[in-house]
Structure formats: structure tokens, C-alpha cells
Design a protein around this ligand. Sequence first.
Ligand SMILES: O=C(O)C(=O)Cc1ccc(O)cc1
Length: 379
Amino acid sequence: MAASLSRPCFLSLHVPYGQGCAQDLAAAFRFQPVAVRETPRVRQLALRRGAAVFLLNQRLAPAGISNHDFLYDVDPRPTLGTASNVCLEVDDVPGLCAQLQSRGCTLPVPPIEVRDERGSVTYGVVSSAVGNISHTLLDRSRYRGPFLPGFQPIRGAPPGDGVEISHFDHITYVCPRGGTQAALEWYQLCFGFRHFSLSPRQQPAQGFVLGGHGAGMLLRALQSSQGCGCKLVLAESLSESIPNQVDTFLEQHGGAGIQHVGLRTPDIVSATRALQRAGVRFFTPPAAYYSQGGKEEEVRGAGQDPCTLAELGILLDTAVHGDSGHYLMQIFTHPLFSEETFFLELIERHGAPGFGEGNIQALWKAVHWLLADAQGMRE
Ligand SMILES: O=C(O)C(=O)Cc1ccc(O)cc1
């Protein structure tokens, strides 16, 4: 791997013609519009909070045969909303693109230079091995503007709502059944990413199995060898009977893709409160999540208040790294589009590097408990 890939520059969302986001990134999440590009056919808006940047792509006209007009991205021709591109900063775009091509990768956009009065950038776009996901590979070391050439800066003060979001913590993909291994190998081979162990007990070849009794999912994780700070999580369903969140995504998205992105915050309680007040809708776990199996003691042991977490719906996980005093807290939003597909997560870490594997297990138990209760079957 000669070229060095570093942190994500932006994550690109596509909204179909005539539709908006069910949960608005600017109005509800208070992401700050920083730059815009408009052509007769498309509008591209860059929205920022900390180092987390979304590029929101909207069509201003129905999809035609050749109306690809999106700069720094490819057109996923969506009939539904999708998050389909992760832009990564790279120091040698032509070099990496040549390597990828020699490995048989598809490059919908070969390396190209774009410039304006603030400098120039080079980018190319490669299709990944997973669903509709592509990667824009970007070198902006020669650019001094607030976003990218071709975009007009939007000036304005950052929102003073007390919500601190520092960066994209992780991006979670839904893979087809049996598809996480091939995806893992693609990122290792093409981008030089390293496998990231979710548990000290996990064998890299097996992945991390959650749930059980024919109802679980398999997780694998990767991180850039440059330590870009943002990890990739690959999820596939193992469920044989009741469809889980991963099955629902595949069905409603029409195939594999980006399911959610974790936004890192140093204060999840304040961030959740402020975003709830601004109209963001979060998933609230069943009350049983907070009462089952010593959760209250676990929350107190981590120095957090169980009532506050329960009131807001925040999950706390010490499961895998519990013995070292490390933990994380997380909360998931409702989907951003009208389908049950892409959503956001807030995550606050206290030394725990995982992804709330214990929470997924605990949520399953809580939901199972509720179902059993409703059917009068609880022991
Ligand atoms: O907890 C996280 O942030 C993960 O990334 C793990 C995960 C994967 C798939 C799901 O449907 C829900 C959670």
C-alpha cells in the first residue's frame, strides 16, 4: 500500500428528486451549512459540526439519462434516500487510483483536477465491494478555501446550542449475508485497512457473533493503518426467523450500503437533550433495558446517573472491557430518510474502543422480555 489514506473528509447523502430528509441535518441536528454548489440540475450542500461533514446532494430535476452532475461523487440514481459515498483524504490520488485499477477495481471517476481562485484539488472515485458504496479519494493539500473548489462558501456563526460533536467515530455498513468477509478483504487489500478486534476472545477469521438462537448478527471491524480515527464496522444478519435491523435495511434500501454513522461527542447527555429540544427523534430502549441484569449498578459503577440515562434513552456498555473501568454511552436516532435505512448515532467514549456490542445483546434481551411479557410467557 504505497498511498496513505487518512481521515474521512465528508460523507455524502443523496436525496431523491422532490423529497427532503425526514430528519433535517441543518434544522434539527444544527449542522452548519458551510458551502453550496448549484447547477440547473443539482444542489450540493456541505454541512459541518466539528470535523464531521455531510455533503447533502439533492436533485432539482427528475433523473435523466445523462444528468450526472455531482461534483466529488457519483450519481447513485436513487429512487430512495441513501448515504453512498465516504470521501477519504489521500496524499497520492493518481498513484492510489492506478493501484486500484490494477487490482480490478472500477473507477467511475478517474483522477481529475478541480481548481478555483483558492487553489486546486485532485480527486477520483472508486466503487467499493459493498452495495452502492463508493469512495471519493481526495488530495486537498493545495487548497485554502473552506470546503472544495466549485463550492461557494456560506458564512455564518456556528450554532451556540452547547452540542459538541468532534468527528465521525465510525461508519457501519450492512453487508449481504455471507458478505462481511469479502468486504473485509477488499478494505485490507485495496486500502490497507487493518482488522480491529471487537473482543479479546474474537478470532479474526470468525468475526464477532451477537445474539444467538438463530436471531443474531455478525460484526467485523476495520481501521485505517494511518490511524485515521474513524473505524468501519461491517454487519451481516445471521437471523433465521425474525428479521433484525440489518435485514430491514437490506430490504428497504434494496441492497447493501451504509446503515449508520457514529458521531463522537464528549458530552452525550447535553447533546441528546439539546438535539431532542431541536426536534431530533431518538430511539428509546424498553424500560427493561435499564432494569435487567444489574444495569443500574453498571451505570452507577461508571459514575453515571441511571435516571438521566433512562429519561433520555441513552445506552451504556461496559461489557467487553468492563474490568478496566472503560465504558461507552450511545444513542441512535430515527432514520433520516422515509425508509428504515440510514440513521445517526451519538457516542461518548471513556476508553472503550468497541461499538456497544453488550448493548445490542441487552436490547435483544429487553425486547425478548417485552414480547414474552405480552404473551404472558415470562418466567
Ligand atoms: O453499535 C454500533 O454503533 C454498531 O456499529 C454496531 C451495530 C451494527 C448494526 C446494527 O444494526 C446496530 C449496531
